[in-house]
Design a binder for this molecule. Structure first.
Ligand code: EPZ
Length: 417
């Protein structure tokens, strides 16, 4: 299995350019089959979650090609409604295909996406919403069989503001006669991106970014060339890394307003932040003071996808920090690995108490999930000495090869295996 080897204890200097957002690209790839015309997505990251999604589209009969960071999808030959099992088991966002397949061909079959390392990750809200739209759903032997022959517009209230369920239901409504109303929707920037993408194809979606979204059915959608929003989680990961290691880093291609909750948390006494025209520069000097409390919340609250990275920052901050994970059940697994590096973290239920230490020390650790793995990269970069990070396929899901990217800002990192 591949691993990263990092010689830590170095400051970060230079700039890192962020690509299109994984959690937007995956959804837009699912939405691309809503038209038989060609769709081009630019600035797509070269990460394994995107590769798996392309595999799913090919197995449905789509022609998919990638040229540098642009992906072209031609779904005119789409001939199946069965989302391939193996890749779908790997990728939760395969369930987002239900809505777009139902809109395109009125049928969809998927496997239950596996729970993963961060929680149960049920899809009950997706399925309840589809049923409200008149989709009949059979669930047996781990499969979900959907029939949208009699689907109709509806007024739906989501039990909780699920990102995926909001996106799935928007895609399921685009061709339904009349106006569908979705309430208690997630407000993430990726949902606004989906609305902009669909409307650029001729859809009539309104309200994304707020809790009520309306979708007026149209007859068809046309092809489009589109550039997704930048990845706010990757941008936040590098900013936290700079706060941990010190130095002067510029993160390019970022929307500061998408990570305002993080910027508000980075300690002003040790981090000077300069957001301007699509970039954020950070100057970090001295040991950061602990942030007394961080609670993950639905957008625009502090993102759960930056919780592990924030926990790593607090592990070397001056003082005691409390971190509360309100979105997923088991998203502190990387804390165990941080403790192997000398961190002092006590986890009880959905709360971690972090007593900051002067410095972590390099050792061998194992990535447990995507963002937990990213937090270990940050910790190893800040730590004194050499670290090895195993199971880095978790990190490959959402970050391009860090042994190629990070040396440009002074990180001593290689990849083996
Ligand atoms: C999306 O996952 C993201 N993934 C996640 O990013 C992100 O952490 C999450 O939103 C929250 O922001 C993609 O966009 C591909 P949810 P999603 O539905 O849609 C519960 C990463 O690291 N829930 O908003 O699956 C669920 O268990 C990944 O990039 C139900 O109970 O998240 C969770 O507690 C990790 N029933 C909460 O809602 C449902 O039917 C939020 O989940 C659906 C969700």
């Amino acid at each position: 299995m591949a691993k990263y080897i990092i010689e830590g204890g170095r400051e970060l200097y230079g700039s890192l350019t962020v690509r299109g957002a994984k959690n937007s690209v995956l959804t837009l790839l699912a939405a691309s089959i809503l038209t038989p015309e060609t769709v081009i997505l630019n600035d797509c990251p070269d990460i394994s979650d995107v590769a798996v999604m392309l595999q799913i589209l090919r197995k449905l009969g789509c022609k998919v090609s990638r040229r540098d960071s642009s992906i072209e999808i031609d779904s005119s030959g789409l001939h199946s409604y069965k989302i391939a099992c193996d890749p779908a088991k790997e990728l939760r966002s395969s369930v987002f295909m239900l809505g777009s397949l139902l809109s395109r061909i009125k049928r969809a079959r998927a496997v239950y996406p596996g729970g993963c390392d961060i929680g149960l990750r049920p899809i009950d809200i997706h399925l309840a919403g589809l049923r409200e739209l008149g989709v009949t759903i059979g669930e047996r032997h781990g499969h979900i069989d959907c029939d949208g022959t009699h689907a109709h517009a509806a007024d739906i209230v989501l039990d909780l503001p699920s990102v995926g369920a909001t996106e799935n239901l928007i895609m399921a409504c685009v061709f339904l006669d009349g106006i569908s109303v979705l309430r208690n929707c997630a407000k993430e920037p990726e949902i606004v991106d989906l609305q902009n993408f669909l409307n650029a194809m001729g859809a009539k979606v309104r309200g994304a970014g707020g809790s009520v979204i309306t979708v007026e059915g149209v007859k068809r959608l046309h092809g489009v060339e589109y550039t997704p929003i930048p990845d706010r989680i990757v941008a936040g990961t590098w900013l936290i890394g700079a706060a941990m290691c010190g130095g002067k880093l510029t993160v390019e291609n970022v929307c500061p307003e998408h990570i305002s909750s993080l910027l508000a948390k980075l300690p002003k006494s040790s981090c000077k932040i300069y957001p301007r025209d699509g970039k954020i520069a950070i100057e970090s000097k001295g040991r950061p003071p602990a942030v007394a409390k961080t609670e993950t919340m639905y957008y625009p609250g502090f993102p759960t996808d930056l919780q592990a990275q924030m926990t790593a920052l607090q592990s070397v901050s001056d003082g005691t920090a409390v971190i509360v994970e309100n979105i997923f059940e088991t998203r502190f697994r990387s804390a165990v690995e941080l403790c192997k590096m000398g961190a002092d973290i006590t986890v009880s239920g959905n709360t971690a108490v972090v007593r900051g230490v002067e410095s972590l020390y390099g050792t061998r650790v194992t990535a447990t999930d995507l963002r937990g793995g990213a937090s270990l990269v940050l910790a190893a970069t800040a730590a004194q000495g050499r670290s090895e990070i195993d199971e880095i396929h978790h990190i490959d899901r959402g970050y391009e090869d860090l042994s190629v990217i990070l040396p440009s800002v002074g990180v001593k990192i290689t990849r083996e295996g």
